[in-house]
Write a protein of this length. Structure first.
Length: 140
């Protein structure tokens, strides 16, 4: 069953031969970014300690939705790898393709599999009658 039929936003793992692939959908671009982040953490088996959360702020500018998505997820991977933090709540504001992100991150207590990078492989953000959708391939 296609999960999109029952939920206006979300993510679903797609079978991929060597890497990981994720289908993501949401009503708007901030929602798509947030669902992509949640899906990425789910694929990696990330668990965190919300009791020790802290605020994180960052800004990203891109030329289109695809580059914004990759840069956003790459920024989250940086926090995961370098600071051991996973973001579990977001307040995202867009002005064109300039993103101001206010997130709450917490220390990671479990990471099952490492994601090396977010790729541009076949990446295309598309609009349909329900909102936006895309597929993201992660290099593992």
């Amino acid at each position: 069953m296609d999960t999109r039929e029952t939920s206006p936003q979300g993510y679903q793992e797609i079978e991929h031969t060597a890497d990981w692939e994720l289908a993501v959908w949401a009503r708007d671009l901030p929602g798509l970014l947030e669902q992509a982040a949640q899906g990425m953490y789910a694929l990696a088996g990330v668990r965190w300690d919300e009791k020790r959360a802290r605020e994180i702020r960052f800004e990203i500018t891109a030329e289109d939705a695809e580059h914004l998505l990759v840069r956003f997820l790459s920024e989250l991977l940086y926090y995961l790898e370098q600071e051991g933090l996973a973001c579990f709540r977001f307040a995202l504001q867009l002005n064109g393709y300039h993103l101001s992100a206010h997130a709450w991150g917490a220390p990671v207590v479990q990471l099952q599999k490492e994601i090396k990078a977010v790729t541009y492989h076949r990446l295309k953000v598309e609009r349909d009658t329900e909102g936006l959708k895309t597929r993201i391939v992660f290099d593992v």
